[in-house]
Design a protein around this ligand. Structure first.
Ligand SMILES: Nc1ncnc2c1ncn2[C@@H]1O[C@H](COP(=O)(O)OP(=O)(O)O)[C@@H](O)[C@H]1O
Ligand SMILES: [Mg+2]
Length: 344
């Protein structure tokens, strides 16, 4: 068995068929074992392990060492839930979760070696998170040739508006087939403004994460762009949580005043953010950025000056790169710091 094969622990039947067809669609080699006692020798070397629900108990009873990239696949949610913790496995329930198989197969840990994913979160409403996300994406496209901006904020009104791109109708999540979870190069489907591929889920029916896995979309964008910026908005939605999970860096924009810090603290708590880079938006009579950092116990990586041009540019549908020099310079420094970190 090759190091990079996936291991499929399933007897003949639906689960085996579905997993093998996903593997075939992804051109991933799969080794099949049909009994739990054959699992141990292949357990460590496999790139990912897919275990059918009906074999979960017998595999769990072998008490194999914990490893990443283990997935329990089946139709009975109760069985999957029961054995997920003992196996350290994530659950893929069929049939609706089939779309996940391909996504996790090409990238079991959803990490590794590809374009960074930066999520820009607002510590309070209207603090400029979406504007910063759009600006970073625009600046990154100049720097790296192509960047993507993914809007998963259901009530944000659509980040395409910020780029002056709303006239291009139908800028929505591409409806994926979901059958094999394969998401090819999306650039062909996504209109680009100033070199930024925009994926917006606002102003329409919410996506069904089980059927159109954000992970697969972001994974695809990471393969074809130099940077992926995600705007999860401020809601504690499933899409927002998933966005943060997929992010390699989280940037939290904090209004640099007492109330801004208090609000940001709640965001940190609600999302259980352990590692986030703070960007402080200066306000009159605010507190020093260092104080903001101390209060939230997170590093401050940039300060954003107020910029009068931004609001009117957004209203006119002009990109935020029309902002003044000081704002853009701060964004450029932030971008450099984020990209540098990711390579370091
Ligand atoms: N640095 C800034 N200075 C002044 N106005 C800003 C700045 N950043 C954003 N804005 C404006 O503030 C408003 C809210 O910005 P937005 O990016 O939508 O915030 P959020 O996504 O955090 O709710 C918009 O009108 C935007 O143009
Ligand atoms: Mg926003």
């Amino acid at each position: 068995m090759d190091e990079r094969d996936v291991l499929v622990v399933a007897g003949p039947g639906d689960v085996q068929d579905v997993v093998l067809s996903a593997a075939a669609a992804q051109e991933v080699a799969a080794a099949v074992v049909t009994a739990a006692d054959e699992v141990a020798v292949r357990w460590r070397a496999a790139e990912a392990v897919f275990i059918a629900g009906d074999l979960a108990e017998s595999v769990a009873l072998r008490a194999l060492p914990h490893r990443d990239g283990v997935f329990l696949v089946g139709e009975d949610p109760a069985v999957l839930a029961l054995w997920s913790a003992p196996l350290g496995a994530r659950v893929i329930s069929l049939p609706e979760g089939a779309g996940w198989l391909g996504a996790v197969m090409t990238d079991p840990g959803q990490g590794g070696g590809r374009a960074p994913v930066v999520a820009v979160l607002g510590g309070s409403g209207g603090v400029g998170a979406s504007t910063l996300a759009a600006t970073l994406a625009c600046l990154a496209s100049v720097r790296s040739g192509a960047s993507a901006l993914v809007d998963t904020d259901l009530v944000g009104g659509g980040i395409d508006l910020l780029l002056g791109a709303e006239q291009a109708g139908g800028w929505r999540w591409p409806r994926l087939s979901g059958a094999d979870g394969h998401v090819g190069d999306l650039r062909a489907y996504l209109p680009a403004v100033a070199g930024v591929s925009v994926v917006s889920m606002a102003r329409g029916p919410a996506i069904d994460l089980a059927r159109e896995p954000l992970a697969a979309i972001v994974g695809s964008l990471r393969r074809s762009h130099g940077l992926v910026v995600v705007d999860p908005g401020r809601g504690l939605t499933l899409a927002a949580r998933e966005s943060l999970r997929l992010a390699t860096r989280v940037v939290l924009v904090v209004q640099g005043g007492v109330r801004g810090v208090a609000a940001a603290r709640e965001v940190v708590r609600a999302h259980q953010l352990e590692e986030a880079a703070l960007v402080v938006r200066r306000v009159r009579q605010g507190v020093a950025p260092a104080v903001v950092g101390e209060a939230l116990d997170l590093p401050v990586v940039a300060e954003l000056p107020a910029d009068k041009v931004l609001a009117s540019a957004a209203e006119r549908g002009e990109p935020p790169t029309r902002a003044g020099r000081r704002y853009l310079a701060a964004c450029r420094r932030l971008l450099a710091a984020l990209l540098e970190d990711d390579h370091g």
